[in-house]
Write a protein that binds this ligand. Structure first.
Ligand code: ATP
Ligand code: MG
Length: 505
């Protein structure tokens, strides 16, 4: 098989961080090539270089054997390389059609909307992706936006597709559909680079795998030569144990921290997204919510954190009615929030780490004396969090946007936990994290539980829900289709409830 892409001796540094250290990488025609490595290993950087977003400090790139200079993404697109980014780059106020059209060659401003729309529809039908071309992007869920990104890349007729953690926002069923599509593209002779932290996925769909660690290439291997354990030991320098379902002592208090009583919430489209939902979360309890994205979880979380009004029902925190009081007051009641869309809602990308750490508390002691900010306190606070949460960053003055995806998530968690919350609302807190960081986050949440915090955990990872939660509720079509004690349920039962089978509460 011919080599479509060869990258030789790629070097890229940011200040004194060497993100890529003489990396060799090659991609064959008609293969799915997994790119693995822990958070901050240099995966996105390497692909940004291939896509013309960064120019390397040293190294060469060959396409079909010819040395090329890729100076910008439009060069890359001309060479037939397309990239779906880890963090969305869609224009919020535009519709799906408009966003896809902007990515196409020769469409410009006066794109033939109808042609683009037809291509989106054809694509949706051929590959089973459901997308309404006329919805403005801001109304889409994270999973839906991810799909628009993929359609956009695919509509460019690329021969090389770079997908940076495409499945982190997809449900298992959507991931299955995506893989079906990748296999079809492979048959057509296209090449795919797939970045993911999920080893099962890599083993399921890839032909070859390249592992990076600390900016260096460790190895490229054939899928038949390795198992999960081999991959993990290539990725990390220490042994990783795979967490199964744990039989921990589930100690739950009877004090109620959060009480949700018959609440209904509208979606952005003014449809009922949450329908008459009720549940309680106790002190020291992790309450999991399972469900396929788009079944009301996002709206429920926004109602609880004060970002969206309820049309019916009541929300109580420690017995106080906090229905529709707004986000500031919810925060003052001690509610921490780890949002679903980190870049858009969780951090201010252009601001430094230290500023991001105090986003929610800059006007309070000890960061402010009422009039002025105390810069030394703020800076020490940031240094402390960076070391405690093992956030890999140049220093506390770096803008948040320079962090790798996983490290941004750690930044948000670190910030949210410093308010000593009574309740943590965590939406997909481990999405996009490597196994070591996932363990770290799980331990943090369990420690909070032990300290008496209540946790609302929204996740699509059933394994994660089973290993952390005391009880699991499943959302389907805006309602809770069942609540189960974790010790008394199974993956199969939760799965049934996720597709609408089961009782109504
Ligand atoms: N624009 C930038 N400025 C400064 N440092 C950067 C920049 N981009 C990346 N880095 C640093 O380079 C290193 C590699 O980052 P990269 O984003 O390539 O990691 P990654 O393997 O994609 O990680 P993740 O799995 O968390 O997404 C990190 O230490 C990161 O902080
Ligand atoms: Mg990355």
């Amino acid at each position: 098989m011919g080599k479509v892409i060869q990258m030789k001796g790629i070097v890229k540094s940011f200040g004194n961080i060497i993100a890529n250290n003489r990396v060799d990488f090659d991609l064959r025609e008609g293969e799915i090539h997994g790119l693995l490595g822990e958070n901050g290993a240099g995966k996105t950087t390497l692909m940004n270089i291939l896509y013309g977003l960064y120019s390397p400090d040293a190294g060469e790139i060959y396409i079909d054997g010819n040395r090329v200079d890729i100076k910008s993404p439009s060069d890359a697109i001309n060479f037939g390389i397309s990239m779906v980014h880890q963090n969305f780059k869609l224009i919020q106020s535009h519709t799906v059609v408009e966003n896809v059209a902007l990515g196409l060659k020769g469409t410009g401003f006066f794109f033939p909307a109808r042609t683009v729309e037809r291509r989106i529809r054809e694509f949706s039908q051929k590959y089973g992706f459901k997308i309404d071309p006329h919805t403005p992007v801001w109304q889409l869920s994270a999973g839906e936006k991810q799909r628009v990104e993929i359609v956009k890349a695919f509509c460019r007729n690329a021969k090389v597709f770079i997908l940076d953690e495409p499945t982190s926002m997809l449900t298992p069923a959507e991931t299955g559909e995506l893989f079906k599509l990748l296999r079809l593209l492979r048959v057509e002779g296209k090449s795919i680079i797939l970045i993911t932290h999920k080893l099962d996925e890599v083993l399921e769909v890839c032909d070859r795998i390249t592992v990076l660690r600390g900016g260096k290439k460790i190895k490229t291997v054939d899928i038949n030569e390795v198992n999960k354990k081999d991959l993990a030991s290539m990725m990390f320098d220490q042994e990783i144990s795979f967490l199964g379902r744990e039989n921990r002592m589930r100690k739950v208090d009877k004090d109620i921290i959060l009480e949700i009583k018959n609440i209904s919430v509208l979606s952005d489209k003014n449809l009922l997204a949450v329908k008459d939902v009720s549940f309680n979360i106790h002190r020291g309890e992790i309450f999991g919510i399972a469900g396929v994205a788009g079944n009301g979880q996002k709206e429920l979380v926004e109602a609880i954190t004060g970002l969206r009004r309820t049309v019916n029902g009541n929300i109580y925190i420690l017995g106080r009615d906090v229905t529709n009081v707004g986000p500031r007051e919810i925060l003052d009641k001690g509610v921490a929030h780890v949002p679903e869309e980190r870049i858009r809602m969780g951090v201010v990308p252009s601001m430094s780490l230290e500023e991001n750490f105090i986003l929610r508390s800059y006007n309070k002691e000890p960061f402010s004396d009422g009039l002025f900010l105390r810069y030394d306190v703020i800076s020490n606070h940031a240094k402390e969090l960076i070391s405690r949460y093992k956030i890999s960053a140049l220093d506390e003055k770096s803008p948040a946007i320079t962090l790798s995806g996983g490290n941004i998530q750690k930044l948000i968690l670190a910030r949210e936990l410093t308010i000593s919350p009574v309740l943590i609302v965590a939406s997909h807190p481990t999405q996009g994290l490597d196994m070591k960081s996932i363990q770290q986050i799980h331990e943090l949440l369990l420690k909070q539980k032990e300290d008496g915090c209540a946790v609302l955990l929204i996740s699509e990872d059933i394994q994660e829900l089973l290993s952390l939660s005391d009880r699991i509720a499943v959302m389907f079509d805006g309602r809770i289709s069942g609540i189960r004690n974790t010790d008394e349920t199974t993956i199969e039962e939760i799965g049934m409830l996720m597709v609408g089978g089961g009782d109504r509460v």
